[in-house]
Design a protein around this ligand. Structure first.
Ligand code: GDP
Length: 308
């Protein structure tokens, strides 16, 4: 079920309230069942869905029982709709402010991610997203650059070179150096010296073993000391998002998430659940293959738009 279907189903559940004359606990339970089924179908984590149901029930029941103004029949629908809306927002809002690059300072942003589905399938969009990010900051007046420290995937540097050239963004990489830590350190040092304000370090997304990938990321992190590490997650990752993001959090300790391919047929709910699993904010959504297909993410507008 794609995200727009989720929005439609949530909307249908919420507007079903308008068809009943008396809103009681049974009506609330039926509505919550529909809301939860839609979220589960979208791959939102089971535990989160059940927490959402609990929280809405407790909140609404407390008001029902209070007998106050809000418990009046005319206000019950609004009360329930708002409670569901607020819980959906908190699902994607960890309450943590992401790092904001400062002007006149060499902000180092390290991009990490794992191609979970095997090396033959297309990547999760990390390299593309690095260029999109550079374009985003460049448009806002930052002097931006990209360092390609992915020496594992053949062609990664060529891809960076091509997309960075197209976007008129400075880039650094090597066809001969095989040590990703050395490339990352050299690239960041060079761009710092040249007074770049955003230096994006693209790391490897695949390895012989997952543990080696994590070890490499830790070493690159030590070498370049990122101001912000961003986890790039493919919207189609599904339920494994929680385990994957937790594993990354333990080793790379990322401070922001970008979910890619939100324009496709992916359900998206799994990647969104990574926010709650790691208490880390989503900062952008990738919405296409073009370099400008990067949308800023904010919890409340996202849920409002989802519900249409
Ligand atoms: P990497 O291996 O993780 O670096 O992934 P790439 O950046 O090479 O991207 C893999 C494929 O996904 C490429 O064909 C990209 O054009 C495509 N891609 C990346 N981001 C998006 C996105 O937000 N939407 C869509 N539809 N495709 C994307």
């Amino acid at each position: 079920m794609v995200l727009s279907d989720l929005g439609r189903k949530l909307n249908a559940a919420l507007s079903s309230l308008n068809r009943v004359s008396i809103v009681d606990e049974k009506v609330l339970d039926t509505l919550l069942k529909e809301v939860c089924a839609a979220l589960l179908e979208s791959d939102v984590n089971v535990k989160l869905v059940s927490q959402l149901r609990q929280k809405v029930r407790i909140k609404v029941k407390a008001v029902f029982e209070s007998g106050g103004e809000k418990a009046k029949e005319a206000n019950k629908k609004n009360l329930i709709q708002k409670a569901v809306f607020d819980e959906l927002v908190s699902l994607v809002d960890p309450g943590v402010e992401p790092y904001k690059p400062k002007k006149g300072y060499p902000n180092v942003i390290m991009a990490v991610g794992l191609q979970a589905c095997g090396t033959l399938l297309p990547g999760n969009g990390k390299t593309t997203t690095c260029t999109k990010l550079a374009v985003h900051y460049q448009k806002r007046g930052y002097k931006a650059s990209i360092v390609c420290a992915d020496t594992f995937r053949a062609g990664a540097f060529d891809q960076t070179r091509q997309s960075a050239t197209k976007a008129k963004v400075a880039y650094f990489g090597s066809y001969t150096e095989t040590d990703p830590v050395a490339i990352a350190a050299q690239g960041v040092a060079k761009f710092k010296k040249e007074k770049f304000e955003v230096i994006i370090v693209d790391t490897s997304g695949r390895h012989k073993q997952e543990s080696e990938l994590f070890e490499e990321m830790i070493q690159i992190g030590h070498a370049v000391k990122p101001d912000m590490t961003v986890l790039i997650l493919d919207a189609s990752i599904g339920q494994s998002a929680e385990a994957q993001s937790r594993a990354f959090k333990e080793s790379a300790d990322f401070g922001a998430i970008i979910v890619t391919k939100m324009d496709g047929h992916a359900k998206g709910g799994g990647a969104i659940s990574a926010v709650a699993a790691t208490k880390t904010p989503i900062i952008f959504l990738g919405t296409g293959e073009h370099l400008t297909d990067l949308d800023r993410f904010s919890p409340q507008p996202f849920i409002s738009k989802l519900l249409g």
